[in-house]
Ligand binder design. Structure first.
Ligand code: NAD
Length: 488
């Protein structure tokens, strides 16, 4: 049974989902959820303490170690359970999307497309993949044969940020559960309400007790999970700073870790690009501004050829000015508020830095007129930006794009690669083959031609300060499997 009570519009939860049961928290601390649209309290949940984490890890450990529960089931049995889970998630998808939107400011139209869609697609994809994996038997080079067992790595500690809380959790639990792992998920304190709906979907799907356990909490709860002696792997998505701390903890323990971190990708506009916003507007939106630009992979450095520089600036300024900014729960909204007031201050700080370092505001540049409540910022385009400027170097995570001039294709590739990050990016051209040639020279984990959206079938992740390891694709399953070779 769920522990939800809805009273005067404030959603209150009093128990955690641990070991297949709704469990009273060990402590009394709570997390308040504040609406980014209004600044008002919209929810309250218990905050996980170390004793809650211990209970969650013990439940996951038990589910993993007990024969016949999960890790040693035939893959087809796990696949069937994951498909039921996908169905139950889908049955709640609209409610989950609205919940995410109400907490982090993601436009509900975006949440309905991405947060509603990715988890069931991933669950079914990994169900199919693990079912089709079959036996791996090879002829030995020195005689005899070898069977390579793809075994589940164990209990996974998964830590996710607030920007796509459901999708990024599914990036981890879908392959992990398919592989036979069990999981303890720690959602970010900014987005906790949706995680209770996820627990309800799991409960309704009838996954064995302890396969998924969810304990919301802050940084310290996350750090405790990372170093917990009874887990086997850490899967983290979040900032580069936190990723480095987590990598250090895991190095001490020789604990496998996947890190999906920050980005500052390039959108390279080639000199033959079609800039007709009627035609490319939707794809450009997903590649540069989706989710109020609170998205790790976006191409926020727009590289424009000198020959068409003014035209590119004008097109992006018109694009930004055309955006409907407003309450994230309004279906027509394209740009909602920043997730928290602290984050709004940070984004405003970057806009100030852009101005003070000499960049020109071509669109936006502050709070939209009339937005008194909530944490809104207008989509902002900076022109005359150098790639060495603060707004070109650092991840802003708000709707602020910089248009940077380049002279030749080589120059564009050089500027794109002149970044500490390497996560996403895009190349815009009316000649897709030419664009693919340029894309292949960019040092990044993923990149699109005239579009960008990570696809579950392909490995996703970053190079340089953007992370270590890959999620999604076959590689995403392999990240939760250990190999044992039996020579016979
Ligand atoms: P954050 O690093 O502050 O927090 C992310 C999560 O980690 C939260 O759950 C937080 O409580 C927890 N956490 C923080 N410090 C920790 C520590 N030392 N040990 C254990 N857990 C810790 O990031 P955020 O502000 O919530 O999210 C935004 C960041 O996430 C951006 O940098 C963005 O680029 C990145 N991100 C990356 C990807 C990707 O796939 N590469 C996807 C989405 C977001």
């Amino acid at each position: 049974m769920s522990s939800a009570t809805i009273d005067t519009g404030i959603i209150e939860r009093t128990e955690f989902f641990i070991g297949g049961e709704w469990t009273r928290p060990a402590g009394t601390a709570t997390i308040d959820v504040i609406s980014p649209n209004t600044g008002e309290l919209i929810g309250r949940v218990p905050e996980g303490a170390t004793a809650d984490m211990d209970a969650a890890v013990a439940a996951a450990r038990r589910a993993f170690d007990t024969p016949g529960v999960w890790s040693d089931l035939d893959p087809s049995e796990r696949a069937a359970a994951l498909r039921r889970f996908a169905d139950e998630y889908e049955a709640r998808a609209e409610q989950i999307a609205a919940s995410v939107s109400s907490q982090n400011g993601m436009p509900v139209s975006v949440a309905n497309q991405l947060e509603a869609m990715f988890p069931p697609v991933l669950l079914r994809y990994y169900a199919d993949l693990v079912e089709g994996q079959g036996r791996d038997v090879r002829d030995g080079l020195l005689g005899g044969q070898i069977e390579v067992l793809h075994r589940p790595i164990g209990v996974v500690g998964a830590i996710v940020p607030w920007n796509y809380p459901e999708t990024l959790a599914a990036f981890k639990y879908a392959p992990a559960l398919a592989a036979g792992c069990t999981i303890v998920l720690k959602p970010s304190p900014e987005t906790v309400l949706d995680s209770f709906l996820l627990a309800e979907a799991d409960e309704a799907a009838g996954l064995p007790a302890g396969v998924i356990n969810i304990v919301p909490g802050g940084r310290e709860t996350g750090a405790y999970l990372v170093e917990h002696p009874r887990i086997d792997k850490v899967a983290f998505t979040g900032s580069t700073a936190a990723g480095i701390t987590i990598a250090q903890s895991c190095a001490k323990l020789l604990r496998p870790v996947t890190l999906e971190l920050g980005g500052k990708s390039a959108s390279i506009v080639l000199n033959d690009a079609d800039l007709d916003l009627e035609k490319i507007g939707q794809d450009l939106f997903v590649a540069t501004l989706v989710n109020n630009e609170q998205t790790c992979f976006l191409g926020t450095r727009v590289l424009a050829p000198s020959s068409r520089y003014d035209e590119v600036v004008d097109a992006f300024a018109a694009f930004a000015d055309s955006m409907a900014v407003g309450d994230s729960l309004e279906p027509a909204t394209q740009i909602g508020p920043m997730a928290t007031s602290r984050h709004l201050e940070r984004v405003q700080g970057y806009i100030d830095a852009g101005r003070s370092e000499g960049a020109r505001v071509a669109a936006g540049g502050g709070r939209p007129a009339g937005a008194d409540a909530g944490w809104f910022v207008s989509p902002t385009i900076f022109a005359d930006v150098d790639n060495s400027a603060t707004i070109s170097r650092e991840e802003i995570f708000g709707p602020v794009l910089s248009v940077i001039r380049y002279d030749s294709e080589d120059d564009a590739v050089r500027i794109a690669n002149d970044s500490e990050y390497g996560l996403g990016g895009s190349v815009w051209s009316s000649d897709p083959e030419r664009a693919k040639g340029v894309a292949s020279r960019v040092r990044t984990g993923t990149i699109g031609v005239n579009r960008y959206l990570c696809d579950p079938a392909a490995p996703f992740g970053g190079v340089k300060q953007s992370g270590m390891g890959r999620e999604l694709g076959r590689e995403g399953l392999a990240a939760y499997q250990e190999l044992t070779s039996i020579y016979f």
